[in-house]
Ligand binder design. Sequence first.
Ligand code: GDD
Ligand code: MG
Length: 370
Amino acid sequence: MKALILAGGYGTRLRPLSCTKPKLLFPIANKPLLEWVLERLSGVGVSTVVLAVNYRADMIRSFCGDEKYGLKILYSQEKTPLGTGGPIKLAEKVLSLEEGEKLLILNGDIFSNVNFDELKKVHDEQVSRWGAVLTLTLFEVEDPRRYGVVETNQDGKVLKFIEKPEQKEGVSKNINAGVYLTDQRIFGYLKEGRHSIEREVFPVLAEQGLLFGYKHTGLWMDIGKIEDYMAANFKVLEQTAKNQPKIGENVELASNVKIIPPTIIGSNTKIGEGSRIGPYTVIGENVSIGKSCRIRESVLFSGITVESGSAVTSSIVGDNVSMGENVRIGKGSVIGEGVTIANNVKLASKVFVCPYKEVNFSVLRSKHIM
Ligand code: GDD
Ligand code: MG
């Protein structure tokens, strides 16, 4: 079996953090999403992974190289973004599937524990029974409007596929989880150039009775939105650091530092006297936090400096941000990579700061600083 990961989206809903980092490299509990995905793919019978890259391809290439977790990594590079269908067609040659070889296709922004063995079992059954071309993993959500909605019959055959319906009333709550199993026959349904597999291919396959569903009930999140990216971090915090904080190597904690779980602290980070960190907080590597700081329900990337007396609440802070003394970052704020914030600056809730800005003034209402 080979795998193809769609890794080229702009991540517009994750701006300003995605201006400098592709969403597949966003850290979840200090480990890039792509690493979580590759780790899960090793040991399920996948030999080769092709990454369909476009936006910030250089960063993805230098992160993965040509081998990771025992998987051979190849790249299929688009010149311009080809949507969700075009990149699969473009990767046909690089994948060079053998007759009957299976292809697992993954949306790269999904954090989940989909059982690939179960998916394969269900797909194999549907192939021998109905000649299935592709099996979609399905997941149940409360509001399906942001997703592809899937209606199936009792045999698991997809009767209807509607990408991002306008209303939630009257449509199924089973959505396309972005994990597909198929084989080389799929290339016959895709064209060259930009197009959407969800809007242009799945409805056709459904019409022909060749599209099937496999229901997943475990963990599933699309981290493409700030809230969901935070939720993915919180999920891992609960699973791995609930009763006891998880502290990396070479961390220096001064006296009277209080770490409230669930909290994860990356290696080589220093925390100054009297600071309180957590709950629900992830601090990256090589972060330096001064005295009497207060950081809670937040995700801090790596290489950040926070000087004494500063506080961050329910926010995300990008790599290499530098925060002066007595800074306040209010709920729901997102600070882009390399931003510098001067002493005593207060940012109210939902302030979004673009990468490398210097902020020398307080912002008292929700605002984008570009
Ligand atoms: N290579 C490449 N080129 N990849 C792309 C491009 C492109 O032009 N555009 C998007 N991608 C990648 C994204 O990085 C992501 O991993 C995946 O394709 C899906 O794109 P999204 O932009 O995240 O789509 P979505 O979340 O709105 O909807 C999709 O995912 C839902 C599940 O989260 C659809 O597949 C829905 O049907 C599905 O329910
Ligand atoms: Mg998505």
